[in-house]
Design a protein. Structure first.
Length: 430
């Protein structure tokens, strides 16, 4: 965090069309601990000097002085030149949308992966700005680097690029570990389900309602275990993924609550968090949770953002329209809108009221990969009974019969069923 918590800010937003909404940028300010004390919006094309037009810049400067604001938060992505010019014109520090999001991410990052991803994103953000400062003859000032005045811009740029390369390599190593963990979980008979969607859609509350318990296996030693999944009404509460066990039909499932999406983020920022988002992209099924209290326009925009981020998801997408208890009279219209955008009928739920969760479990059962059913027979010995217990732990055992041998049908993920057949053969299976 950069010390902005407790600051006051004037929010500024420019776009070419109307109406101009500032609810989300105000929510981001709140999440960052910044109090909004003024606002100026403007409908016009982007100004080449300030982003905002001259009149809006003058108004913002007047608001900064009159409200004694510490910051100007611009709901746009500013290049280094515009940010520098605007800061000089308004007499306060200028923070754009990406920088504000990074502040929030930095404060919420608890795991090693999240901290590395935040640092990577910050370096990608700061690189062009540091180079611009050096070219203006200013001190670069980033912790861990000498001041820009002590070396040429080319060397500073090389330092940033090397650190970015090192972070990418370290995150690649975590990717490999996560791939191994996902494979191990599937080999243990678990289906992997991710909850994805926009911030504040109710994903964490749904996770708590669906979960059997509050922790995955303590022996896994993985960084996605926390005591409980938070469900407060706070943006980016789930920057760090949280995984819980659940039972869906006869299937053993691991549910992972992933970081909430945010609209209008640059590609470099989203790509910095690729390992966090991998939990959704590589799951067997994805619950795309949408807030039914949003307007139809908000739902349309947020679903498009979510679908863009999930375009390469491997699993089946299940749309979920949550918070039906507070949706109002236009719930059916929102249901039709979500069905049109996702090309699938949504499951309508209220996580807080426990409504629609059985329907959600039924739909999730349909969405999970097909399982294979095999007939097995092993000697009725200690080893045979131990193998039967293993089968109970890794899939579903049907119709066991006991005599000199134990015979039963076993249903599980194909790779688990194949492993079971191999183990049965080793025990003297028929």
């Amino acid at each position: 965090m950069t010390g902005r918590r407790g600051s006051t800010a004037v929010v500024a937003k420019r776009q070419t069309d109307t109406p101009i909404e500032t609810d989300e940028i105000r929510g981001l300010c709140e999440a960052a601990g910044v109090e909004v004390v003024g606002e100026r919006t403007q409908a016009r094309p982007r100004d080449p000097t300030y982003d905002l037009g001259d009149g809006a810049v003058a108004d913002v400067a007047e608001l900064v002085e009159r409200r004694d604001a510490d910051l100007v938060v611009v709901d746009d992505h500013l290049d280094p030149g515009r940010a520098y010019n605007l800061e000089a014109a308004v007499g306060a520090e200028v923070v754009d949308r990406a920088r504000l999001v990074l502040d929030i991410f930095g404060e919420r990052a608890e795991t090693r992966r999240a901290r590395l991803e935040v640092e990577l994103a910050e370096l990608r953000y700061e690189l062009p700005r540091a180079q611009a400062r050096v070219e203006r003859g200013e001190s670069q000032g980033r912790q861990g680097f000498r001041s820009g005045g002590e070396r040429p811009a080319a060397q500073l740029k090389a330092d940033y690029r090397q650190r970015i390369k090192d972070l990418e390599a370290e995150l690649d190593g975590l990717d490999d570990a996560d791939d191994g963990l996902r494979a191990a979980r599937r080999e243990s008979g678990f289906d992997l389900v991710a909850l994805a969607g926009y911030t504040n859609a109710g994903k964490s509350t749904l996770l708590r309602r669906l979960a059997d318990d509050l922790a995955v296996d303590e022996n896994e030693g993985h960084g996605d275990r926390t005591e409980t999944a938070a469900s407060r009404d706070r943006l980016f509460e789930t920057l760090n993924t949280t995984t819980r066990r659940a039972t869906v039909g006869e299937r053993r499932v691991l549910l992972t609550d992933t970081v909430g999406f945010v609209s209008d983020l640059p590609d470099w920022l989203v790509s910095s968090f690729r390992t966090t988002l991998a939990a959704a992209r590589e799951a067997d099924a994805v619950l795309l949770v949408v807030d039914a209290t949003d307007s139809e326009d908000e739902i349309r925009e947020k679903v498009e953002t979510s679908l863009d981020e999930l375009a390469d998801a491997e699993g089946t997408l299940v749309p979920v329209l949550n918070k039906q208890d507070a949706a109002g009279d236009d719930l059916d219209a929102k249901r039709r809108l979500l069905a049109d955008r996702t090309e699938d009928s949504p499951v309508v739920t209220s996580a807080t009221e426990n409504d629609g969760l059985d329907d959600l479990r039924d739909r999730l059962t349909e969405a999970l990969p097909d399982r294979e059913r095999v007939s097995l027979s092993v000697p009725n010995t200690d080893d045979g009974n131990g193998f039967l217990s293993w089968c109970h732990d890794h899939g579903t055992v049907h119709d066991p019969s006991y005599g000199e041998r134990i015979a039963f049908d076993f249903e599980a993920r194909p790779e688990v069923a194949a492993k079971a057949e191999g183990r049965a053969d080793q025990l003297g299976g028929d």
